[in-house]
Design a binder for this molecule. Structure first.
Ligand code: FES
Ligand code: FES
Length: 155
């Protein structure tokens, strides 16, 4: 069965419908921003948007993504210009090894779309499925606050 998935506005096709969406993105289509740390839905490093909903791509079968739209971290930037959340992660020092960062950035972007001025407790709760082994989370929470302030200032 040929499946077609629109990723960041571009149609990708493949004959392999029995692998995960994560394997399609990384290994078949070489979209390497989406990371693979656990492959079993525990870490959030493979977070993408599927028809606008956050999912762990390692838990989505390729066939389930057929005909749908996916946004990966590569789809957030405007060309070479990072989006507000990506820039806030850089400015707040929220990136160390960077392995969790793409999933975190997608989760934070989605959080701020739904809740433009989240409390720290809301941010912690929303990011509970995205694990970071490096930062201790404080710099990530600083990045959430910075991005929220910048987005508010731009409105
Ligand atoms: S790689 Fe998908 S949740 Fe860890
Ligand atoms: S920056 Fe290394 S896992 Fe988060």
């Amino acid at each position: 069965m040929t499946i077609g998935v629109t990723v960041n506005g571009k149609l990708y096709q493949d004959e392999c419908d029995s692998v995960s969406l994560l394997v399609l993105l990384r290994d078949h289509w070489r979209l390497l921003g989406t990371k693979n740390a656990c492959a079993e839905g525990e870490c959030g490093s493979c977070t993408v948007l599927l028809d606008g909903e956050l999912v762990n791509a390692c838990l989505v079968l390729a066939a389930q993504a057929d005909g749908r739209e996916v946004t990966t971290v590569e789809g957030l930037a405007d060309g070479d210009r990072p989006n507000t959340v990506q820039q806030a992660f850089l400015d707040a020092g929220a990136v160390q090894c960077g392995f969790c960062t793409p999933g975190m950035v997608l989760a934070v972007s989605d959080l701020l779309r739904r809740t433009p001025d989240p409390t720290e407790a809301q941010a912690r709760r929303e990011l509970a499925g995205n694990l970071c082994r490096c930062t201790g989370y404080q710099h990530i929470l600083d990045a959430v606050r910075l991005a929220a302030e910048r987005e508010a200032g731009a409105r």
